[in-house]
Write a protein that binds this ligand. Structure first.
Ligand SMILES: [Zn+2]
Length: 337
């Protein structure tokens, strides 16, 4: 009898220990470098031809992202019947022979589709708001020139797309969060933020319920002006989002290139114009490979990238579990259109 009680007691203690250990496993997550490499090897491959804005290859990239979202267990966003949102983009030629792309309501003879991949992780208290994590999946496609003609965009912005994918993977695999999280990879950023403009006009949740948007851009290289392992955060002084995330462990710091106006140069701006507290986290502002054909896998610092994504996992879990509602500082919100 005594022996048996001891035995049961031991099993109960062992089960308790296993329970504690698995709870700890849930709270930590390791972003594996091979996952980061796998996304890059697909998105930045020559076969993907540089993922030109509003092209068939952009559509394939969007399908890849959507399929990964499904694999991680993300759901379709409210009101959506799939993981893709598409917009009609008219492609006109300017008098100087350059393409001019604009969103149109209905297909035209010269229009093409652009695609946003959208995944949704529902929180336990959806009324507490939604966090929006974004990147852009398009790049410059190909250009006729001597030598390499494929602009792979491994850093711009397959790297940010990889960050959104692996944050979706991490957050969907962990404990249930209070707030919902929308993961969106936009098409047609490179031709004027058209995917994000369309998303801002047709959001699956009301824009007023989006408490913060963080875009990931070009996190494939360490910026020589930033402390080691720290991402630059555009428009740092415009709101209390960056400083508060930093207080909660995010490796973020002020953008050292205010003259470059990076805050206005990515998808976050389209949402910021509509009032959402929206910023971009980036690695090196404009590395030597910026908008060059050699922005390819070989020129990525995959270890830096993996560490950068890892560093955002816990801060994003905190943001999605807290009551903190970021606010614009006085004069920080850009004027809406
Ligand atoms: Zn970009």
């Amino acid at each position: 009898m005594t022996m048996r009680m001891k035995w049961y007691g031991f099993v109960a203690l062992a089960l308790l220990a296993v329970g504690v250990a698995s709870a700890q496993d849930d709270a930590t997550w390791t972003v594996k470098p091979e996952w980061v490499r796998a996304h890059e090897e697909f998105l930045a491959s020559d076969a993907m031809g540089g993922r030109g804005s509003a092209t068939r290859l952009e559509e394939i990239a969007a399908n890849y992202v959507a399929s990964e979202f499904m694999g991680y267990g993300l759901k379709m966003a409210p009101g959506m019947t799939g993981y893709l949102q598409s917009a009609e983009i008219d492609v006109a030629m300017n008098t100087n022979g350059r393409q001019r792309l604009t969103i149109v309501d209905a297909p035209t003879k010269t229009s093409r589709k652009t695609f946003n991949a959208v995944g949704y992780l529902e929180g336990s208290d959806p009324a507490s708001g939604t966090i929006l994590l974004t990147a852009h999946l398009d790049h410059l496609g190909t250009k006729e020139q001597a030598g390499d003609q494929i602009f792979n965009g491994a850093n711009d912005d397959a790297a940010g797309t990889t960050a959104v994918l692996e944050l979706a993977h991490a957050l969907a695999s962990g404990p249930k969060l209070k707030r919902s999280v929308l993961f969106v990879c936009y098409g047609s950023e490179e031709v004027g933020g058209l995917g994000s403009t369309y998303f801002g006009a047709h959001p699956p949740v009301p824009l007023a319920s989006i408490v913060a948007n963080l875009e990931f851009e070009m996190i494939g290289n360490q910026d020589p002006k930033m402390p080691k392992g720290v991402l630059l955060f555009t428009g740092w002084e415009r709101s209390n989002l960056g400083p508060t995330l930093k207080e909660h462990g995010a490796q973020l710091g002020p953008d050292p290139y205010p003259e470059q106006h990076f805050f206005q140069r990515s998808d976050n701006y389209m949402l910021a114009l509509k009032g959402v507290v929206a910023h971009t986290a980036a690695g090196w502002g404009t590395p030597p490979t910026y908008h060059q054909a050699n922005d390819d896998l070989e020129h990525l610092d995959l270890a830096f990238m993996t560490a950068a994504i890892q560093s955002m996992v816990e801060p994003m879990r905190w943001l999605a579990s807290s009551d903190f509602k970021p606010e614009w500082n006085k004069g920080g919100q850009p004027k809406g259109r």
